[in-house]
Unconditional design. Structure first.
Length: 144
């Protein structure tokens, strides 16, 4: 069963998806799936090329912005910002639990000037706690 959690009108996150979730994402109206999980992190999980192939079969765009244990970089924020800007419809991002996808979105949106308190609230409604990320979000918002 698919576990798509909306953070905004155009962006949702999910824990690790399977091939059947790609079909559900298409049916739910998503235009792009973003993989935030490095290949090989969990060998039993579908790898990026499997999800990319399933997306192509369903007519969905696919992109990978892997976020590993090293954390987040400006290059990853730039990549997500470009994808969000160019997306032709709603975006679904996934990782192991949805947390990294939520964090990447929150950091990207804070840097873009979105209200940090609103981002924290949206994540909380989806079941994600951004308390520990708040100082970084505030710093990025201050760069705007």
């Amino acid at each position: 069963m698919s576990d798509f959690r909306p953070l905004s009108a155009g962006y949702s996150v999910a824990p690790q998806i399977g091939i059947e979730d790609v079909v559900a994402a298409k049916e739910a109206g998503f235009a792009l799936i973003v993989n935030n999980r490095p290949d090989g992190e969990e060998p039993a999980a579908p790898q990026g090329d499997e999800i990319a192939h399933a997306c192509a079969a369903e007519g969905l765009a696919y992109a990978a912005i892997p976020v590993g244990h090293a954390g987040f970089s400006h290059a990853q924020l730039d990549a997500l910002a470009r994808l969000l800007h160019d997306a032709t419809g709603p975006v679904l991002a996934y990782c192991r639990s949805g947390t990294r996808s939520t964090h990447l979105w929150a950091l990207t949106r804070a840097r873009a000037g979105d209200d940090v308190a609103d981002l924290v609230e949206a994540a909380a409604k989806a079941g994600y706690d951004l308390t520990g990320l708040r100082p970084m979000m505030d710093a990025l918002a201050g760069e705007k």
